[in-house]
Design a binder for this molecule. Structure first.
Ligand SMILES: Cc1cc2nc3c(=O)[nH]c(=O)nc-3n(C[C@H](O)[C@H](O)[C@H](O)COP(=O)(O)OP(=O)(O)OC[C@H]3O[C@@H](n4cnc5c(N)ncnc54)[C@H](O)[C@@H]3O)c2cc1C
Length: 506
């Protein structure tokens, strides 16, 4: 530590982003930093964010959180992927399953062998070669990192949980004394006349909180990054036109599915997320094509159980802050940007934002080269996620409503157009640098959205026909054998967490 080191770090916001940042930063730097978190009971958190991706498990490992304890508290269940219904054509259904598909016998990815096998008798769907997909189809689940005497990888999973309780859980598991929480509303942000850095915040109580570095987790309003620093916002609505969501919980009925469901509607899509004690539902839609009342009616007409309240309206503008880090302020969560929850990426973007910030942890002067590097990497990550989401809309054969017609005909970012064209012509897919979604993720959504490759890689011809058939059927046998050993998701949840409490927390 020297006189240029950051000592006082101030987080504004006590939603998932604020408490996740506080937990991770205090674990990493709690002994060196004085961390304060300011939240206002007057301004509620967004209160949604119930589905996650497998990377969230790294948070538990880093923070030393007991997964079962956390899921018991948050009424959580397990997630093997996202089932996407009606996105390619009405009636279509496919799973974006986590984890690997098939095995790689040679130098090229499995899917080239599968593409070749499609013309042969007895060929089966790509997803018949995925343990995650087979387990999901059978509503089965267990924590199976590897399978003894079976070369196919184990089960890769994430969680569904009550977002509000997850924030509370994180707060309660922060090492005592490392984060000082202050209840109050920030009413003024004071900037330095010299360099425009944030110097201090004034609360409605009159208290002034000074800091060396500030993290803006204030939600959509971006109190510091936009309100004080006027950073600017890049709007992506021309590619992802949905701008509203209605969220409502319902009684849990029927099978406890180990996956999120996303079902296309006339001007957007609807999510269904199974928790232990209730089901989370929401309708994400484009207000230019459907009224709020109609959207609410569609949502309520497609619940499995009775609603546990009235739908809550949320408005958003898809896009990202022009700079996620500006001067001595880093924006995380909704303050940094928003992309609809179709692939449950928002909490992950907070997690990776904090990891990147830790890797580049600055001194008080925030060298512009460090700041630029952070912003460059963050933009790359956001844009690749954005493109992945656009793929779900662009690659559609739906033309049954003006919304889907507009999606099918829109121009897409050049990078996405290049990927689609490459896959369509050759079957090739590459994961770029450390972008979030893997080749297997891109593959499933490309195929699920009915993009048909014209070719497979010539090396897939290294196996003769009988070898290829044997290879494919061996994988399917391994997958179904492993699937049969799993308990149902519901049995696993009951056994691990006991009987869920009544649907009291919505
Ligand atoms: C419809 C919808 C569905 C979503 N689904 C998912 C999902 O399935 N998976 C996923 O990963 N993510 C999802 N998200 C995103 C997820 O909800 C957010 O990323 C996450 O909750 C983080 O929110 P936040 O903490 O940034 O903001 P918020 O929850 O809005 O918290 C803002 C905080 O700032 C405080 N604050 C604001 N102004 C002041 C002030 N002046 N003074 C003091 N405090 C202040 C508030 O009190 C609050 O504590 C979804 C989002 C939406 C809109």
């Amino acid at each position: 530590m020297n006189e240029t080191s950051i000592r006082r770090l101030v987080i504004v916001g006590g939603g998932t982003a604020g408490w996740l940042a506080a937990a991770l930063l205090s674990k990493a730097l709690g002994s060196q930093l004085e961390i304060r978190l300011i939240e206002s009971a007057e301004i509620s958190t967004v209160g949604v964010g119930e589905a996650t991706i497998p990377q969230i498990r790294h948070i538990n490992m880093f923070l030393g959180i007991d997964e079962d304890d956390m899921l018991r508290f948050t009424h959580g269940t397990f997630k093997l992927g996202v089932q996407l219904n009606g996105f390619g054509r009405p009636g279509d259904s496919y799973l974006h399953a986590f984890g690997d598909i098939g095995l790689k016998p040679g130098l090229i990815p499995f899917h080239h062998y599968w593409l070749r096998s499609r013309g042969r008798p007895g060929a089966q769907s790509l997803w018949a070669h995925s343990l995650n997909a087979a387990a999901a189809a059978a509503n089965r689940f267990a924590k199976l990192e590897t399978i003894p005497n079976n070369p196919i990888g184990g089960i890769r999973y994430a969680y569904h949980f009550d977002a509000t309780r997850y924030g509370q859980y994180l707060r309660e598991h922060i090492t005592p004394g490392t984060v000082r929480r202050t209840e109050g509303k920030v009413v003024e942000v004071k900037l330095s006349a010299e360099d425009g850095f944030i110097e201090s915040l004034r609360l409605d109580s009159g208290e002034v909180i000074a800091g060396d570095f500030f993290i803006d987790c204030s939600g959509f309003r971006g109190l510091l990054i936009e309100g004080a620093l006027d950073t600017g916002y890049e709007n992506w609505q021309h590619w992802l036109p949905c701008d509203r969501a209605l969220a409502v919980a319902s009684e849990r009925t029927g099978v406890m599915r180990p996956y999120t469901q996303a079902t296309a509607r006339t001007a957007g899509w609807q999510w269904r997320i199974p928790l232990q004690h209730r089901t989370g539902n929401g309708h994400v839609y484009c207000s230019g094509f459907i009224s709020d009342d109609e959207a609410a009616a569609q949502l309520l007409a497609n619940l499995e159980g009775e609603p546990l309240g009235d739908p809550r309206l949320l408005r958003f503008v898809t896009g990202m802050r022009r700079l996620s880090w500006n001067r001595n302020c880093l924006a995380l969560g909704l303050a940094a940007g928003f992309m609809e929850p179709l692939e449950s990426t928002s909490i992950h973007l907070v997690q990776s934002g904090v990891s990147r910030f830790l890797a580049m942890f600055p001194d008080r002067y925030c060298d512009p080269r460090v700041v630029n590097e952070y912003n460059r990497q963050t933009r790359f990550e956001y844009e690749r996620v954005r493109d992945f989401l656009i793929l779900h809309y662009k690659a559609t054969e739906r033309d049954d409503t003006p919304f889907w017609q507009q999606c099918a005909h829109m121009d897409v970012p050049q990078e996405l157009a290049r990927r689609i064209a490459l896959f369509r012509r050759t079957g090739l897919i590459f994961r770029e640098a450390d972008e979030l979604f893997t080749e297997t993720g891109w593959l499933q959504v490309m195929l699920g959205q009915r993009i048909e490759p014209m070719q497979y890689h010539p090396l897939a011809d290294e196996l003769d026909g009988a070898q290829l058939d044997g290879f494919m059927s061996d994988i399917r046998t391994l997958v179904s054998r492993a699937t049969r050993t799993l308990p149902t998701h519901e049995e696993f949840v009951r056994r691990t967490f006991g009987t869920p409490v009544a649907a009291d927390v919505c």
